[in-house]
Design a protein around this ligand. Structure first.
Ligand code: GDP
Ligand code: IMO
Ligand code: MG
Length: 430
């Protein structure tokens, strides 16, 4: 049987998922997003040309791959339109290859407004969201108040649902946050107009995946964010509002567990985080600044600087368990090229207790101390290396250390942002 692969972030997002999905998508028939929204920023570099995708699956630059947006995503039609148009301007035929589930909740303008209002009200305790309205849109889904993709081509139904939804949200904006609400007519008109642009792309994603699978086609499921941003398993409340871990593939695409043959966990060779919240191995010194500079660590969605630190094997170990990682892909090896001594967090200390997996209680994250092991750097360029045997000996042992500490083999290594700057040790489909 041909293999279906899941690509997931195992840290706090931005691990390089987009690059790896693009790399692997030449060998698959369909690429599927199953959670999150345009809070994601997935960067693809092909022969020096950079594309950042937020909603459209990272298979879109491989003509042979169909691209599917599953029911688990919250969709901003404005963002989708912008992204579609910019890809079309580059000559990519998006519309003939994209399908969107009718069950996707829509991110409405009031969701974005609420996201900003809440963050502002939280002051120093703000989550540091991307401000895309993700949280409020998922809340509406769960409260059964949401507007879905399928509502947009039914004027009467949409008008009725929107009225109920906006009554509530305008009340919150005006009375709780003391800011102007939004005009119902304008929101309705915009939604109808944008909905019409994508009406012909709405289709039964779950059914399509079943059909593809039955025909023996290869499917790649593209995660957004990362394990530590998962609403249940992450550093709550400093998380996103969806499940970013393996279970979301089934619920967010409409497939059974037998649809998953291989789980590729993506990790940087170090760690980054954008937004607030605990980060035990964070560096505040010149080494951290050096990683940020060499790694060009600025958010692909918001442009915010990313916080940088050493690899956290404790958190990665948990991510491997939580997701059933079959193999790791270690990205940005080249960013460590000049580091003399590389440290890895191997255990946490909480009072007298030594922990080899993160604590369950999120508050405890603030009080952790990290135990590190040190490894000699390789201090030579790995940039663009494509064969494992060409890696310096110390780089190979660093990868072996990750395998030993985190409990899964390293199957792919990335040595630069470009699609071709990759080492495939074992292809997930083999
Ligand atoms: P994603 O959200 O997981 O897809 O990751 P992002 O695209 O947000 O961030 C990863 C960044 O690292 C992007 O700018 C990529 O172009 C870049 N990148 C990916 N792999 C490598 C690598 O191996 N080396 C270097 N130097 N950059 C990389
Ligand atoms: P990709 O797919 C990194 C973070 C935000 C914030 C928290 C909540 O590119 O890896 P949200 O807007 O989702 O309510 O913000 O989650 N966040 C990400 N961080 N990469 C992402 O996506 C992220 N998507 C959300 O910075 O801390
Ligand atoms: Mg990103």
């Amino acid at each position: 049987m041909t293999k279906s692969i899941v690509v997931l972030g195992t840290q706090w997002g931005d691990e390089g998922k987009g690059k790896i999905v693009d790399l692997l998508s030449k060998d698959v028939d369909a690429v599927v997003r199953f959670q999150g929204g345009h809070n994601a920023g997935h960067t693809l570099v092909i022969d020096g040309k950079k594309t950042v995708l937020h909603l459209i699956p990272s298979g879109i630059l491989n003509e042979g791959a169909q691209c599917l947006i599953g029911n688990g995503l919250v969709v901003s039609l404005e963002a989708l339109k912008k992204e579609t148009e910019s890809l079309e301007a580059w000559g990519v035929d998006v519309r003939s290859r994209l399908m969107i589930s009718p069950a996707c909740p829509i991110i409405m303008p009031y969701h974005e407004k609420l996201d900003h209002a809440r963050e502002k009200a939280k002051g120093a305790k703000a989550i540091g969201t991307t401000g895309r309205g993700i949280g409020p849109a998922y809340e509406d889904k769960v409260s059964r108040r949401g507007i879905r993709m399928s509502d947009l081509n039914n004027h009467e139904l949409l008008a009725e649902k929107l009225e109920e939804s906006m009554d509530y949200h305008n009340f919150v904006l005006e009375k709780y946050f003391n800011m102007p609400g939004l005009a119902y007519d304008r929101v309705l008109d915009d939604a109808l107009q944008l909905g019409a642009c994508f009406a012909d792309l709405v289709g039964d994603v779950s059914g399509e995946l079943h059909r593809l699978r039955t025909e023996g086609k290869r499917i790649l499921y593209e995660g957004a964010q990362g394990t530590l941003l998962d609403i249940d398993h992450g550093t709550y409340p400093f998380v996103t509002s969806s499940n970013t871990t393996i279970g979301a593939v089934c619920t967010g695409a409409g497939v059974g567990p037998d649809a998953i043959d291989y789980v590729l966990g993506i990790t940087k060779a170090y760690t980054t985080r954008v937004g607030s919240g605990p980060f035990p191995t964070e560096l505040f010194d010149d080494i951290g600044a050096g990683l940020a500079e060499r790694g060009a660590e600025f958010g692909a969605t918001t442009g915010r600087p990313r916080r940088c630190g050493w690899l956290d094997a404790v958190a990665l170990r948990r991510a491997a368990h939580t997701n059933g990682v079959s193999g790791f892909c270690v990205t940005k090896m080249d960013v460590l090229d000049e580091v003399e001594t590389i440290k890895v967090g191997v255990a946490y200390r909480l009072g007298d207790e030594v922990l080899d997996v993160p604590p369950q209680n999120p508050e405890a994250w603030d009080d952790l101390e990290v135990e590190y092991e040190s490894f000699p750097g390789w201090q030579q360029s790995t940039r663009g290396i494509t064969r494992f045997e060409d890696l310096p000996a110390n780089a190979k042992s660093y990868l072996a250390t990750i395998e030993a500490l985190c409990g899964a083999p390293v199957h792919i290594v990335s040595t630069g942002p470009d699609r071709k700057e990759s080492i495939i040790i074992q292809h997930p489909s083999d």
